[in-house]
Design a protein around this ligand. Structure first.
Ligand code: NAP
Length: 295
């Protein structure tokens, strides 16, 4: 069955996701702040929408893939935004990574307006988006999650309903803690191996086959070895996510000492001017701490 979808935010992740939905036969109207990013969607069979209102017009599902909580709030609740213009019963699927409390609040406000909303943050990076192999952690009412599932299955490989509205974002925050912490350890391990004159590709290969193996090691070690840090997932976004982790932990009274340290390393990477680089550029902060000139 063809679903009419308004897709807002066609960046590194949203672009390929919207194209997969169009490729699966859905009628996708894409809108992005920089309008040129709609071109690949149009080539893939979708439509370009000049505004949020135009993307939402006639949509049964509105999908969002925006950077941060204020962006999602503005697109949903701003003048001419989704809450103003979507028809009753529209299902809003927010793929963005935002604060769990904001996600829960927006879902409640959507419900007051006769709309349905689920949070569906993703993991798997740019490669996961391009290969339609994302892991999607979904929060919301069971019937809304089931209604969205055929579309989620188009862009994701592992789709799990983890609880009520906001729960998807809580699980995503935990995901971001594990990923940033692992990146920091891989960066330190490579720096350590380098100082010992180890054969780095050989070391990474054998580490990948044992308990130290991980998707982070598989996808990010080569970027560190090649000093090639084009995003991918920007440090700026991971800084936002570590803020979500530390704030949500504090709210719950949970002590997360490693999260605090890793958040500082991510912040230091950003403060050094590397915010636009891939999160594997945390390696550059470890290198700087070791006196290496990374300029
Ligand atoms: P991105 O490349 O910056 O994409 C975000 C897009 O949203 C940009 O194209 C931006 O347009 C657009 N946008 C921002 N505000 C808008 C508005 N008001 N109206 C319309 N479009 C607007 O970021 P991304 O890497 O795709 O990440 C998106 C979300 O996914 C974030 O929450 C991130 O944490 C999460 N995520 C990312 C990855 C990853 O590997 N990249 C993995 C998992 C989850 P402009 O072109 O004008 O900036």
């Amino acid at each position: 069955m063809t679903t009419t979808i308004g897709f807002i935010g066609l960046g590194i992740m949203g672009g390929p996701m919207a194209r997969h939905l169009a490729g699966a036969g859905h009628d996708v109207a894409g809108h992005n702040r920089s309008p040129e990013k709609t071109a690949p969607l149009v080539e893939a069979g979708g439509r370009a929408a000049a505004s949020v209102t135009e993307a939402v017009d006639g949509a049964e599902v509105v999908a969002l893939m925006l950077p941060d909580s204020p962006d999602v709030e503005a697109v949903l609740t701003g003048d001419g935004g989704v809450f103003d213009t979507a028809k009753p019963g529209t299902l809003v699927v927010d793929f963005s990574t935002i604060r769990p409390d904001v996600a829960a609040d927006l879902a409640a406000r959507a419900s007051e307006r006769g709309l349905r909303m689920i949070d569906a943050p993703v993991s798997g990076g740019q490669a996961g988006a391009e290969n339609a192999a994302l892991s999607i952690m979904v929060g919301g009412a069971a019937e809304d999650v089931e209604a969205a599932r055929p579309l989620l299955d188009v862009v994701g490989k592992t789709v799990v309903h983890v609880g009520p509205a906001g729960a998807g974002q809580t699980v995503k925050a935990a995901n971001q803690l594990i990923v940033a912490g692992t990146i920091a350890l891989v960066a330190e391990a490579i720096t350590f191996l380098q100082a010992h004159g180890a054969d780095l590709p050989a070391a990474v290969e054998v580490l990948g086959g044992g308990l130290a193996g991980s998707a982070v090691l598989d996808q990010k070690a080569s970027k560190m070895l090649d000093r090639e840090f084009a995003p991918g997932f920007r440090i700026d976004l991971h800084h936002k996510d570590m803020g979500i982790v530390t704030e949500a932990a504090r709210e719950a009274g949970v002590v997360t000492p490693v999260a605090a340290l890793v958040a500082q390393l991510v912040a230091a990477t950003r403060a050094a001017g590397d915010g636009g680089l891939d999160h594997s550029a945390l390696f550059r902060t470890i290198a700087r701490l070791n006196g290496e000139d990374v300029s």
